[in-house]
Design a protein. Structure first.
Length: 304
């Protein structure tokens, strides 16, 4: 698939809007659920004044960029009574099992003594696409394979099993004062009740591609395509990379799919992609500067 992406502009920002105190800034990790025609409910992670994240949503016509409804309240908050949510909850993706939709997420933990870390949780969505808080549970925690920290999952239902790709920190300092955070793979044959970790799937290069986050996977024919944020060392901003997997072959890096613009809301970094099909096209929601503080935008794939 020879393709390039056209940026269509910023869709949503929290700037200049009176905000719920748990959603004062940021609209990170945009995640769409189709409502009707060109309207999507886009879930995102916002932050309070102490940088603790919660999940909310906004309904947007992606063709006209019109905001249909801004929910502006937490659908799942960091303090919703589930101890493992810790000090933040950031959305991963939304997927279906039989007739039920689930939302995967990263739960942030910030112990009094020790480094922050993340684990992976899951919850059910009601028919109106709000989150069933009583269903919140731990999906993937730390263990001997992933002992430090986990991040934003992407779950794909293949019809045979559930495939999950997620981030895992291997060290907070790989020798250049930057973390090594890789994309790992796990698989479930019982609808997500239990997961078998498959190990690292995307190669890294220290200094160039060593911190990955927020994979998004799309199957085209027999080929899997993955988009993800990546950065190197020295405080470099995120770019969005693209890798492909043919059948039983390993993942292979394809190209840098999206880079920062020369000016504007996404001129320092582009990150946290979510790729989806709509009306015969493939679209990408993504964040810009300051890890989503400047909101999110949309791009469309064009086949060369």
């Amino acid at each position: 698939m020879n393709a390039y992406w056209s940026k269509l502009g910023q869709l949503y920002s929290t700037e200049g809007i009176e905000r719920h105190p748990k959603l004062l800034t940021h609209a990170a990790n945009p995640t769409p659920v189709h409502l009707s025609k060109n309207v999507y409910r886009v879930f995102y992670s916002g932050r309070d004044k102490s940088n603790r994240s919660s999940i909310s949503a906004v309904d947007i016509d992606i063709e006209t960029s019109e905001i249909i409804d801004d929910l502006n309240y937490p659908l799942l908050a960091w303090d919703d009574g589930h101890p493992f949510l810790g000090t933040g909850v950031s959305i991963g993706n939304i997927y279906g099992v039989d007739d039920t939709l689930f939302v995967s997420f990263m739960a942030w933990r910030n112990p009094d003594r020790g480094h922050w870390y993340g684990e992976i949780g899951v919850a059910k969505l009601y028919a109106d696409t709000t989150i069933d808080k009583s269903s919140v549970g731990l999906c993937l925690g730390l263990n001997e394979h992933d002992p430090i920290s986990l991040s934003y999952p992407y779950v794909l239902n293949t019809g045979k099993c559930l495939e999950m790709w997620y981030g895992s920190t291997k060290t907070w300092d790989v020798g250049n004062l930057e973390m090594l955070h890789t994309i790992q793979h796990a698989r479930s044959f019982d609808g997500g009740v239990s997961w078998k970790r498959q190990g690292q799937c995307i190669p890294y290069v220290v200094g160039q591609m060593q911190a990955f986050s927020r994979p998004s996977v799309l199957k085209v024919g027999s080929t899997l395509h993955m988009w993800y944020s990546f950065r190197g060392e020295g405080g470099a901003g995120y770019k969005i990379g693209h890798s492909i997997k043919q059948g039983g072959q390993p993942w292979v890096f394809s190209d840098v799919a999206l880079e920062p613009s020369e000016l504007g809301w996404d001129s320092d970094m582009v990150e946290y992609p979510c790729v989806f099909r709509h009306a015969g096209f493939v679209y990408m929601l993504y964040c810009g500067n300051h890890y989503g503080r400047d909101g999110f935008g949309i791009a469309r794939m064009n086949l060369a």
